[in-house]
Structure formats: C-alpha cells, structure tokens
Write a protein that binds this ligand. Structure first.
Ligand code: NAD
Length: 487
C-alpha cells in the first residue's frame, strides 16, 4: 500500500498535535538522543544518495550527479557532522554576569528546544535546503514537519520515504503538496518556522505566521552583486564567477546575479568569461555537468529576460563553446552575458536564477557602493580584489547577507558561519551556533542566593532604601553636579 502523506489542513494539524504531545510527554531529548537522531539522518541520506541523485536529475531534466553529491549531499553530511561535533558545547548552559547588588545570586541561560519546527523548502537545492534545517532542528532537540517543493516531485518523494524509514511520525513528518498545502502548512501554530524560498512567498508566510505569533527564519532571494576590482578580471576570478553562476544552471539563491566590472576591464572580462566556460563545459551547453532549467515556466521566464534586455538595446552574448547546441537538449539555456542593460530592464530588476549574467561597468568604488545601496539589500555580495581600502569601504558601507571575497558560494559551506539575508533577502540565520540558537528558546534563569540584598529595598520604604539608593545612584547633589559638568 502506498502511504498517503498528510496534506489537508486537518491532517497536518493532527500530525502537529501528535508531535507536540510527544514533545511534552517525553521532555527535551538528551545529548545522546540528539546525537542518535543526527546519526539516523546521516545514515538515511547516505543510504539514499544514489536515488536522490537520480531523482534530482529527473526533476531538473538534467543535473550532474556530481553537483548533487558535492553541492547537496556533501553539504548535508558536513552540516550534520558539524552539529554532532559541537552539540555538547551548544547545549551547555551559559553563566551570565550578575550585577553587584544581586551578587549573592546566580544567572544563567538555558537553551531549551522550542518544540515543533515547520520547515518549508524550495526546489533549487531540494535536499540540502530541507535536510540542513531539519538537522539543525533535531540538534536543538525539536521535532519537525517538512514541506519540500512540489516542483521537484521525485526528490520530495525520496525525502518522504527516507524520513519515514528513519523516524517515527511523532519525531519527523513530511507533507507533500504545492502552494495550497504550503499556505495551510504556514498557518499551523508551530513553535518556529524556517522558510526558504522567494521573497513574494516569504511575505505570505510571514503574514500567516503572524496570526499565531510564530517566530520564523526567512531565507529569501534577491540580486547578489559581484564586484571585480580594476585589473582583477583574471582567469582565477572568472573561474570562480563561472563556478558560482553556472553551478546548477544558475539556479542558486546565492549565485552572482550581476557583475560590476571596471570600465577598463570589460573586454577582458568578456573574453575570460567565455574562456572559463569553455574549460568548465567542453561540450558546450550539452555538457554532462551543465544543468537544465527546472521547468517550462522558468525556461520561458529566462528567455523573456534575455529578449527584454535585447529589445531595450543591451548586447546579448551567448558564450562558451557551441552555445547554439542548447536547443538540442531539454530546457537548456547557453551561458549568456548581457552587457549594458538599463536599470529599467527586467533582468536588472528581477532575481535572475539562471545562467545569464548582466554586466555593468563602473569607474569608482563609491559608484559601486551607491549602486548597491540604491537597491534591496542582497542575500550575498562578492568582491574580487585585494583586501585594501576599497574592499574595506565596500564591506563597511553596504549591508547584505554573507560576503565572499575572491570566491563565490563557499560561505554557504562554512558550517561555523551564520547564513541568512537581511530585509528583503531574509531575516534570522541558521548554520553555526546561530542556527542552533534560533531553534532553541534562550531561557534566562536567576537563582536567588542566601543573602538577599534587594529584599532590603522593599516596601515599606524608608531609611535603608534611601541609603541603598544613595550608594547605587549617588546623592542628589552629586548627580546634579555630574549632569551640569557633562552638559
Ligand atoms: P517559492 O517561494 O515559490 O517556494 C518555496 C516553498 O513555498 C515551496 O515549498 C512551495 O511549495 C511553497 N509555496 C509556494 N507558494 C506558496 C504560497 N502561496 N503559500 C505558501 N507556500 C507556498 O520558491 P522556489 O521557487 O521554490 O525557490 C526559489 C526562490 O527561493 C528564489 O527566490 C531563491 O533565491 C530562494 N532561495 C533562497 C535560499 C536561501 O537560503 N536564502 C535558498 C534557495 C532558494
């Protein structure tokens, strides 16, 4: 019999109810239990590695199994191992400072599991963006309900089977379905939601969560600028940009969205970009390691971005080897540079999420800073150049999610580095201790000592209270003198 996953509002509410009841009955899991859950998750992913690779490739039309192994399976395993290695430290209570007046007491923060976490994931990295949040939730001692994307149905199905084989539904449950199910899911009274997806849907999730005052992390999208310092349009730089832009066919939230190149370097940049692509993809867009576009909607959307830029007068350059062969493979778009697109073109306004790189030129770093600051705060920002005054100024004067210097994407793989956007590109963060903490309740506990100085400052107030206040705040005259000397 094929198990039918819960996906009506009532079914999902029932699963949440069962998870919450189990959480309350069993109490917070011990260190050993959490480690065991992480171990089960790790084993499940590795056991299904091949199936996952095949499912992702079938969902995309084509994606190299190496991309799935390196960009998803490896990231997941490393994240699980990182959480396991650091778990004892993360779970530790923290002693906090106690003010002089309260010195006989002790203050501490305990990191307590929140309860049941709702995880909503997109299609572009369907495994890692479902499983890393789950691993974080489990490490922090929570239960979780997962809602993977409907646009990668085969992968979502493997995830469901994998989870059902390894966890009781009271521990982890998977819900399958599209926007309707997503809407009902986000309206559930979880203890926390981690949503990864687009900015417009993120707005809806936040509205739905606000009805139940559910705290949430939003991992959203946006246009991540890539700035190349003067003289740095080198082979090394372009190899790194091509890796970031063309991995997964450009369908990466933190891919370089557009490039800002010094005006003296434009021709070199274009030539090196093409040369780098030729090295990465020796069979052009039909290369084994070059991914297709996930569905017709996104394929048509990307084509229309190119046409809109072309009709507005921008130069469109299909690049790499034999770009015309893209037509031979399902939903495949050749790597494309768009030079000189105006700010009002769709390609400079919308998140691209495909193998198209608009390039603009600049003269000074101030111009770059103004350009970035005039737009929504991006999810990632990349800088290629020396760590000099310009680099320092760019970092200090722009606000984005993470930054990569002389690399692209690799900040995501740094498990000890928090990951998250800011404003329209997201809020909150996971990875690192930040992930553990965002899925934990930081409960402050103050324990009274034997001697209770503050008890002297209770009603009925009198001489002792006056004396205490004088010691702590100073005399009226002294405070007045201080005020007038600082004025
Ligand atoms: P999406 O917002 O369309 O979908 C994400 C999830 O929300 C899916 O599970 C989907 O079923 C659900 N959903 C869709 N419409 C919904 C609705 N109306 N109500 C409730 N739920 C709904 O995003 P996508 O197209 O799957 O993914 C691409 C986007 O995700 C891009 O914008 C990309 O930048 C972003 N992204 C961000 C990160 C990050 O870590 N910040 C990572 C990957 C992708």
């Amino acid at each position: 019999m094929v198990a039918v996953p819960p996906n009506s509002g009532a079914d999902m509410a029932a699963v949440l109810g069962r998870q919450r009841a189990a959480f309350l009955n069993e109490g917070p899991p011990s260190f050993a239990d959490r480690k065991l859950r992480l171990k089960r998750l790790r084993a499940a992913v590795l056991a299904h590695r091949r199936e996952l690779g095949e499912a992702v490739s079938a969902d995309f039309g084509h994606r190299s199994r190496y991309e799935t192994d390196i960009l998803e399976v490896l990231c997941v395993i490393q994240a699980i191992d990182y959480l396991g290695r650091n778990l004892r430290r993360f779970m530790k209570q923290e002693r906090r400072h106690v003010g002089l007046f309260y010195r006989t007491g002790r203050a501490r923060v305990e990191y307590q599991p929140k309860g049941v976490i709702g995880v909503m994931a997109p299609w572009n990295y369907p495994l890692s963006l479902t499983i890393i949040p789950l691993a974080t939730a489990l490490a922090a001692g929570n239960r979780a309900m997962l809602k993977p994307s409907e646009l990668t149905p085969r992968t979502s199905e493997v995830i469901r089977l994998m989870i059902e084989e390894s966890f009781r539904p009271e521990e982890v449950a998977v819900v399958l379905g599209g926007p309707d199910v997503g809407a009902a899911f986000s309206a559930l009274p979880f203890d926390h939601i981690l949503f990864t997806g687009s900015t417009p849907v993120g707005r809806k999730i936040m509205k739905a969560a606000s009805d139940n005052l559910v705290p949430l992390i939003l991992e959203l999208g946006g246009k991540s600028p890539t700035i190349i310092a003067r003289g740095r349009a080198t082979r090394q730089t372009l190899d790194s940009i091509v890796f970031g832009k063309l991995s997964n066919g450009g369908q990466t939230c933190i891919a370089p969205d557009y490039a800002l190149v010094h005006e003296d370097d434009l021709d070199t940049f274009i030539a090196e970009f093409g040369a780098s692509i030729a090295r990465f993809y020796p069979d052009g867009p039909t290369s084994r390691d070059y991914a297709s576009i996930v569905n017709d909607h996104h394929y048509e959307r990307l084509k229309s971005l190119i046409e809109d830029a072309r009709t507005s007068g921008a130069r469109v350059i299909e690049t790499g080897l034999t770009p015309e062969r893209a037509a031979e493979r399902l939903r495949t778009i050749a790597p494309t540079l768009v030079v000189g697109a105006g700010d009002d073109t769709k390609i400079m306004q919308e998140e691209i999420f495909g193998p198209i790189l608009p390039v603009r030129t600049y003269r000074t770093i101030d111009e770059v800073i103004d350009y970035v600051n005039a737009r929504p705060r991006p999810l990632a920002l990349y800088y290629f150049g020396a760590q000099d005054a310009d680099c320092g100024k760019l970092l200090a004067r722009t606000t984005s999610g993470n930054v990569g210097i002389n690399n692209t994407l690799l900040h995501f793989a740094q498990d000890d580095l928090s990951f998250g956007g800011v404003g329209p590109s997201g809020m909150g963060a996971y990875h690192g201790i930040e992930g553990f903490r965002s899925m934990s309740h930081a409960k402050g506990v103050f324990v009274q000592g034997r001697w209770n100085l503050p008890s002297l400052m209770r009603a009925p107030f009198g001489k002792i209270a006056d004396l205490g206040l004088k010691v702590m705040l100073g005399s009226d005259r002294r405070s007045k003198r201080r005020g007038s000397s600082s004025a």
